[in-house]
Design a protein around this ligand. Structure first.
Ligand code: FE2
Ligand code: FE2
Length: 283
């Protein structure tokens, strides 16, 4: 299958739309939470920001979709807009049930191609780390399984979104004549640098002064950079394995994570080798 062909477009649009799950957040089996879980959840400082990202994305995609001339792409983008708006409703439901106090502003993202591209790269970045955070949160029982199970569907949807996005952008660029890997690599690199700047900007705005965060920090205290990246990578591989092998997958962030892990292992093995030499010299 040629990237940029009609066959490619049919495949990535249909695969995305066929994976759509019908549900409404208020109808999901939200569990009662014990006081400790409530305290931990209320200490997480991202609810306002996360809600606003979904609200902005839903509105941006809904309008951007309408501007698309291709009916299949228009339909798929509109569906993603619906799912992002529903993620917003998930967070509103979570917030109102457990008293998290998340507030939303009116949507403020211009419905342009550039906004969707920046959002798409951001999703690739955020989902990769989100997969790992979710896995670790589940393993350490950050909150009861009954609640992580409710949110598992959001992670599956984000995996669908990023696979749709990387195929859509490669299709678009191929249609405009940017078929060689180098012509795709430059805008991809720019896209990820923008995404990284945006994610770091968001992190800087997050209020981490809440003392309840100590409880959150304690739960994750045994975590190293390596074990975190390993969790992100293995979860990313697991989600990506579910897609048709002909579809493209996000590659840049997993490749960077593998590189960092490789360097860390190499450094650790050098340190181990030096420690052995020191032992021999001392004996
Ligand atoms: Fe979302
Ligand atoms: Fe998404």
């Amino acid at each position: 299958m040629r990237i940029g062909s009609d066959e490619h477009k049919e495949l990535f649009c249909r695969a995305f739309m066929d994976a759509h799950l019908p549900y409404e957040p208020k109808d999901l089996p939200w569990p009662e939470l014990d006081p400790r879980s409530l305290e931990i959840l209320r200490a997480v400082p991202v609810w306002n920001m996360a809600l606003q990202v979904e609200v902005n994305a839903g509105a941006m995609l809904d309008t951007f979709a309408k501007s698309q001339p291709d009916p299949l792409i228009r339909e798929a983008l509109a569906l993603q807009g619906y799912e992002e708006a529903r993620h917003g409703r998930m967070l509103e439901e979570l917030s109102s049930r457990y008293g998290l106090g998340a507030q939303k502003e009116p949507p403020s993202l211009a419905p342009t191609r550039q906004a969707f591209v920046t959002f798409g790269y951001n999703e690739c970045l955020d989902s990769f780390f989100g997969f790992g955070v979710f896995k670790i949160a589940r393993d350490v029982k950050f909150v009861p399984d009954a609640l992580t199970s409710v949110f598992a569907r959001v992670l599956v949807e984000e995996a669908n979104h990023i696979v749709f996005f990387v195929n859509w952008i490669s299709y678009e660029r191929a249609r405009r004549g940017f078929t060689s890997p180098w012509l795709q690599a430059v805008p991809t690199t720019i896209g990820y640098i923008r995404a990284l700047r945006k994610t770091m900007g968001r992190a800087g705005q997050t209020n981490t002064a809440d003392k309840g965060l100590t409880a959150v920090g304690d739960i994750f205290s045994g975590l190293t950079l390596q074990s975190f990246l390993q969790a992100c990578l293995s979860e990313n591989d697991r989600y990506m394995a579910a897609f048709d092998p002909r579809l493209l997958r996000p590659r840049v962030i997993p490749a960077l994570a593998r590189f960092v892990l490789g360097v860390a292992h190499f450094g650790a093995s050098l340190g181990l080798g030096q420690a052995r030499k020191d032992d021999v010299a001392r004996s």
